[in-house]
Design a protein around this ligand. Structure first.
Ligand code: AMP
Ligand code: GLY
Length: 419
């Protein structure tokens, strides 16, 4: 099969890497891909959000199956467009991707189907939102309704901070239209866990639990980022908790989406908080998390292509999915200054040596005019190691990363030990 993966970050490198091991996949393409992906797949110069361009390229190049990885093309209806053109595709249709694209939609869904989450109200009027914040008091959480690159959430420790966030979103339009509607919700406490699940519209199979590290600096300090590292599995997510989540959150969500006429086919991302009152949903995403994907797929033993086909064809319940017994750790190496401004085009060395003991997934990398590998984004590489246990995996990732160098390289030293 000729398989096309849409996207070009560390997550997509991990997906391409996993698919490259499948005997079913005879040709791999990736749009737009990156310098690391280019070693495993043909990189195609079509933007991930170019729905028409993607359909045309897939048609002209006899693509048999498309895996749409990022949230934007999913929300834009890329899967709908591909399927309408007769090209089988993995990922939710636009009417199901809305579970990530609109926080107001997902909160209303949870309320209607009694899925545990933080208490909330949705506002489109500035004054009403401000009044609610004053009435509820702090701490309180203010969220832009739409997609805001993971930056549209403010956990406010004071009423003033919450008011400022509401004004920034609703009056100053800091996130554009994404902030025209805001969700204001109760502040929950407890460890955060990500559970990714394969879904075929009816059935779901959770993957090993994982944990992202969103803050830029050690000890969960500093600004939020796209994610500075991940581990899988997570010790505090016990089999008992997994059972509770399956019964109160996972299957009810898949059933709710089907009941709403929005069957979810793809990877459903459950961002959970293990609160003293039990597990609750912080957020849903309609795709693999990045960098959770890099750790989780490193543990997959089964053929990823078989699973994607089963999701697309509604036969997930007949598909066995096996995982390695150990643990995985993905350490993100970022550009100096990230998530604020940073330089690009800096030469990267040591990847060959690092690749002997870990898999180095590329995120923001590129080739310069002389063909040298250089930095090309905020998050540059995700050094991912697997071990017999979490300690081994963490040590493996850090040991491998010691070989890698680029000017200003920035990383956390406490991945897997910060919670
Ligand atoms: P989200 O984009 O909704 O995942 O929010 C980003 C981060 O904000 C989450 O990973 C949590 O750490 C935090 N957060 C979001 N909602 C809440 C909440 N209701 N209570 C406490 N923290 C929250
Ligand atoms: N790692 C968080 C996300 O992908 O949204």
């Amino acid at each position: 099969m000729h398989v096309l993966v849409v996207g070009g970050g560390g997550r997509e490198h991990a997906i391409v890497w996993a698919l490259s091991k499948s005997p079913k996949v005879t040709k791999l393409s990736c749009a737009p891909g990156n310098a690391g992906i280019a070693a495993l797949a043909q990189c195609v110069p079509v933007k991930a959000t170019d729905v028409e361009g993607m359909v045309a390229w897939a048609r002209e190049n006899a693509v048999d199956f498309v895996m749409v990885a990022p949230d934007d093309p999913l929300a834009l209806g890329m899967v709908d467009a591909l399927e309408a053109a007769g090209i089988p595709a993995f990922g939710p249709r636009a009417n199901a991707a809305v579970i990530e694209a609109s926080k107001a939609f997902s909160k209303d869904l949870m309320a209607k189907y009694h899925i545990p989450t933080a208490r909330y109200q949705t506002f489109t009027e500035l004054e009403a939102a401000l009044a609610y914040v004053r009435e509820q008091g702090a701490p309180i959480v203010v969220k832009a309704d739409g997609l805001a690159l993971g930056k549209g959430v403010i956990v406010a420790q004071s009423v003033e901070e919450a008011e400022e966030a509401v004004r920034a979103m609703m009056a100053d339009k800091k996130f554009g239209e994404a902030g025209a509607k805001v969700v204001i919700e109760e502040c929950m406490t407890g460890p955060e866990v990500t559970v990714l699940a394969f879904c075929d519209g009816k059935h779901l199979v959770p993957m090993p639990a994982s944990q992202d590290h969103k803050r830029a600096f050690d000890g969960n300090q500093g600004p939020n980022t796209g994610g500075m590292g991940s581990i899988a599995p997570v010790a505090c997510y016990t089999p008992d908790l997994a059972q509770v989540c399956m019964e109160t959150i996972f299957q009810p969500t898949v059933d709710a989406m089907a009941a709403e006429g929005r069957p979810f086919q793809g990877v459903l991302y459950f961002g959970l908080m293990l609160t003293p009152q039990g597990p609750k949903v912080v957020e849903y995403n309609s795709r693999f998390g990045d960098p959770e994907c890099q750790s989780v797929l490193s543990l997959l033993e089964s053929d990823l292509m078989d699973i994607l086909l089963a999701c697309r064809n509604g036969t997930l319940d007949q598909t066995e999915i096996r995982w390695k017994a150990g643990a995985a750790c993905c350490l993100v190496l970022a550009s100096g200054g990230y998530p604020s401004s940073y330089r690009k085009g800096l030469p990267i060395t040591g990847l060959e040596e690092a690749g002997k003991t870990a898999v180095v997934f590329h995120a923001g990398t590129a080739r310069n005019d002389s063909g040298e590998l250089v930095t090309g984004g905020g998050r540059v590489l995700g050094v991912t190691a697997v071990g017999g246990n979490l300690d081994e995996a963490i040590r493996g990732a850090y040991a491998s990363a010691e070989h890698i160098h680029f000017e200003g390289m920035q990383f956390r030293t406490d991945i897997g030990r910060a919670f």
